[in-house]
Every structure is written in C-alpha cells, then in structure tokens.
Design a protein around this ligand. Structure first.
Ligand SMILES: [Zn+2]
Length: 379
C-alpha cells in the first residue's frame, strides 16, 4: 500500500525532518509502521504520546484497566473526567487529538496467553510498557515465538532499565533473566512509589528506540541493557549475548516443542478464556439442539478416569494427543476436548489449533463442573 506525506504533515514534522538522520523516507516508514503498546500506564502514556506526535501511523494499545485518581500524577494523558474510563480507550482518544493522522486502536483486554499471539501478529514492533513480571515474560515469550522485536523498559523507585529484546536474532529477556523473581519480591507501581519524571523519561526512551527501529536512522540497543538512577545519575550499560541454553529462544527446539513450552509457562485464568478456544456446556447443548455436528473427546489420562464417569465419542489421553493418532484421523467435525478441570483441555485445544486447520475447543470448567445428570445425558 502506498503511503504519502502531505503538505500539512510536512509542516507538522518540519523540525524533526531537519535532523540529518531523518528524511521523507524515514517519515514515510513511521507513517506505515504498526506498533503495539502493552500497558497504558506510567510508561504507556509517554510512549504513546511521543510515537503519535512523531507520526507513527498505526498504534495499538492493550490494557484492561480503568483510570483511577492515583494514576493522574504520572499518566498525563488522563484527566479527572477520565476516572472510571477504560485506559486504552482514553489514551487512544488522547493521541488522536495529539496527531489526527494516527490510526489508534484500543484493546480493552488483559494480555493473556489466549490473545497475545492474535494481537502481536497484527503489529511489527511490541512495546513492553507493563508493570508486572507475569505480563513481561508473556510479552517476551510471545515475541520469541513470533520473532517480533520487544522494546522493553522497567522502572522502580528512582531507577529504570531499558533494552530491545528479540531484535534481529538477538537475545531475549530470558537470556539475561531466565525466570521472573518470586511474586513476594516483585512489587509493582501499585505498591512501590514512583515519580512521573522517571516514568516519562523511560517511556520517552522506549519511543526513541522504537523510532530508531522503524526509521533505521540510528543504531538501536541490541544485546545491551541500559540502567540508570535519576536520583544520583549512576549509569550502567551491560552487554549480554544470546544464551544457547535459553529456555525459550534456544535454536534446538522444533516449533511444536516451543509452542508446548510456551503454553506450559503461562497461567490461564478460567475467567480469561476466550470463546475462540472455549465452549460452555450450554454451547454444546445448543449445537446439539441445532443439529450442528461436533465430536466430544475425553482427554483424561487413564489414572483420572476412575474419578468421574462421562459420556464422550472418543477417549484419547492428553499424553497421546497428536495429529497422527488413529482415532483423530477419523474425526471430520469440530472437536471439543474435555478433562476434569478444563485446563488440560484448554492447552490441548490451543495446541491442536496451532497444528491443524480443524477447529478445537475446550469444555469450560471441565467435567467436574457438570452436574451428574449432565455427565450422563448423551449430549
Ligand atoms: Zn533467550
């Protein structure tokens, strides 16, 4: 698709276009760029505002949080009138005012293993502006899986750190920090104190790295972590390489092994389950009533079968689940997997959906969530 910079935009960007390493070509790259910001808080606000004002054409913002009065001192796109509103929507609205040439898309949802690949695959650069380790590692692992650069910053008290991970085959977050710290040792901004000067500084630095990646005008950080403390200006730049034994980005794993590991590393909250992978028992009954074909597969392991009796079309234990399984080859309809709690069945549905064009679903809540009558009724 051809993208042109019009006369109004030339005036708007005139001062940045005077830089020796900027050009119409670089500005056009910015206009075409697609950047996804995860987190619309202290870092996400300045990142979004800077990228929008500089002319980044397509910006997505993921956050399921709403604006609170305690956010206003550092999340400067929000005002008292925004309290109670969706952060992703309020921030998108604000950056459209900053620059009407920006196409801003809010995703008012929590980033989880169920939506991460769908969201990330629509963008070229991912900005980690989140405030917790669970999301930070999910962003990293999804970027590794999809080979997307991850512009990441983290702040604490008066200090912050910045790096680009998974950039042109470079190291990932786990190459440097293999595992997140235990939850009790990892306070986020909701608990720790923070000044807006720190979040604005590191948010602006993230936007600066993203602009470098998009315009190819300057050398971005790669295999380097910048750390500095605003209270005493202590500055460190640490170099690190890709770890050949890194759990997620080592090159000795097949894509199937990577997907299995990815699914096992991240928690799934029952409330986060999206209808793309999950059917409720009521959905099953409705489909049966409407004569829509489907196949029920019980994936409990042999040692779990004694707990509860359940009617299914096939029994294929989770550990034997693969496309080459003989029973599978006979199934020509959408498949709904059932297990005791609805967790293994969700992993199974997600795994099989990545390997096969057939549709796979998980029975929400599992067999234990059904009444005894439901379990015995032939669906
Ligand atoms: Zn790695």
């Amino acid at each position: 698709m051809s993208v042109n910079i019009d006369d109004d935009e030339l005036k708007r960007y005139a001062r940045q276009l005077r830089l020796p390493d900027m050009s119409i070509v670089a500005q056009t790259r910015l206009k075409k760029a697609r950047v996804l910001i995860v987190g619309a808080g202290g870092l996400g606000n300045p990142v979004a505002i800077s990228l929008a004002a500089a002319g980044t054409g397509n910006i997505g913002i993921v956050d399921d949080d709403t604006v609170e009065i305690s956010n206003l001192h550092r999340q400067t796109a929000f005002t008292d009138n925004d309290i109670g509103r969706s952060k992703s929507q309020a921030l998108c609205e604000y950056i459209r005012k900053v620059n009407p040439y920006v196409n801003a898309t809010p995703y008012d949802e929590k980033l989880t293993i169920l939506n991460a690949r769908r969201l990330f695959s629509q963008y070229e650069i991912i900005i980690d502006a989140c405030d917790n380790f669970e999301t930070r590692y999910l962003i990293n692992d999804t970027c590794v899986l999809l080979k997307k650069p991850n512009v990441s910053a983290a702040i604490f008290n008066h200090e912050g750190q910045l790096s680009n991970y998974v950039l042109n085959g470079g190291p990932c977050l786990r190459c440097l920090f293999p595992e997140p710290p235990p939850a009790e040792l990892a306070p986020n901004c909701a608990e720790a104190g923070v000044l807006n000067t720190l979040s604005n500084t590191f948010g602006a630095l993230q936007a600066n790295e993203a602009i470098k990646l998009i315009t190819a005008s300057q050398k971005p950080l790669n295999g380097e972590l910048v750390h500095f403390n605003l209270s005493n200006f202590e500055f460190n730049k640490l170099s690190f390489a890709r770890d050949p034994h890194c759990k997620i980005c080592n090159q000795n794993q097949s894509i199937r092994q990577k997907v299995s590991l990815y699914l096992s590393l991240h928690q799934i909250d029952q409330d986060d389950q999206s209808p793309a992978h999950v059917w409720t028992y009521q959905t099953l009954r409705n489909k049966f009533a409407n004569d829509e074909p489907f196949t029920v597969v019980d994936i409990r392991e042999e040692n779990e079968l004694g707990d509860v009796e359940f009617q299914a079309d096939y029994h294929i234990p989770y550990s034997e689940l693969s496309l080459s399984n003989r029973s599978f080859k006979k199934i020509k309809t959408p498949v709904v997997f059932c297990c005791l709690f609805g967790k293994n069945s969700l992993f199974a549905a997600m795994k099989m959906n990545t390997l096969d064009s057939q549709k796979y679903y998980s029975l929400k809540g599992g067999i234990l969530n059904l009444t005894e009558k439901d379990r015995w009724d032939k669906i």
